[in-house]
Design a protein around this ligand. Sequence first.
Ligand SMILES: *Cc1c(COP(=O)(O)O)cnc(C)c1O
Length: 334
Amino acid sequence: MSGLAVARHAKAGFDIRAEGLQGAGHPKLLVYASTETHGWIRKAAELLGLGDEAIRRIPVDSAYRTDLRQLASAIAEDRRAGLRPFCIIATAGTVNTGAIDDLESMASLAEREELWFHVDGAFGALVSLSPVLRPLVSGMERADSIAFDLHKWMYLPFEVACTLVRDSRVRRETFVQSPSYLAGESRGLMAGGLPFAERGIELTRGFKALKVWMSVKTHGIPALARLIEQNVRQARYLGEMVAAHPDLELLTPVSLSIVCFRYAPEAVAEHQLDALNRELLIRIQESGIAVPSSTRLGGRYALRVAITNHRSRIEDFEDLVDAVLRLGAAVRET
Ligand SMILES: *Cc1c(COP(=O)(O)O)cnc(C)c1O
């Protein structure tokens, strides 16, 4: 929401802080995001007064990445219709499958089109801590703004998220106010400090950064990077086990640390698989062995394993596969 607010301020082409979106005579503002973009985009567009219809939802390719040709043609078409594109959203690690958009190409397109480029790196941005994995998110550094969560891949307790904006001047312009009760002084209580209220939505805010600083100081970045690499290895291992088993079906290529699959023995008809896997998921959760979640991919119900736990061990995933097969067979019998 902070990133989109700055984007809107920077690219609206009129004084959005003064006029809001109710001023007459301005073209409709549009933001481009793939159909796999997390639901935050809708909440942000609604709360910023843009409305859900301001979101152009671009289809994805077979690997669940934004389809670049359709993105470019949607922008061109909207411009021809007299509308005003202002922002492209890319995702580094989608919530459903961990897919990473082609960030380099999307950055170049945003540059050519003079649009704001925001990267949702809530889940995936932190792979950049690992020198081995960093190339996966190349292009992210070209974003105008990035949002990422430290309660996912930095293993911190809920919740602590961060938005970075390249241009600190335009960020401040979006949010700054100068009420007399907050006037700064060169000495005394109101001296010094970083005026965070000029950088986002909140005025009074908790010191969430403390736990991030403590974690980095205690463990060091290399240790965190090794844990992220470990989660990625575990996901690949689980993906390989699933792909190798005749009764299991991998539903997307494994990206980052998300594995989507289903229990699909040949003898079970396609139209029965959704119900079978839904019941299976609940039984796995109730068994206490593991807590996968679910999603739908291409209309199919998927078991979704998202690995962002520093205590997961490789054997846990062997136990999970055993449980899926054992409980899956039990569901079939009922
Ligand atoms: C988790 C997630 C979000 C939402 O983040 P919250 O911190 O839960 O608000 C947004 N985008 C992606 C890709 C995510 O994985």
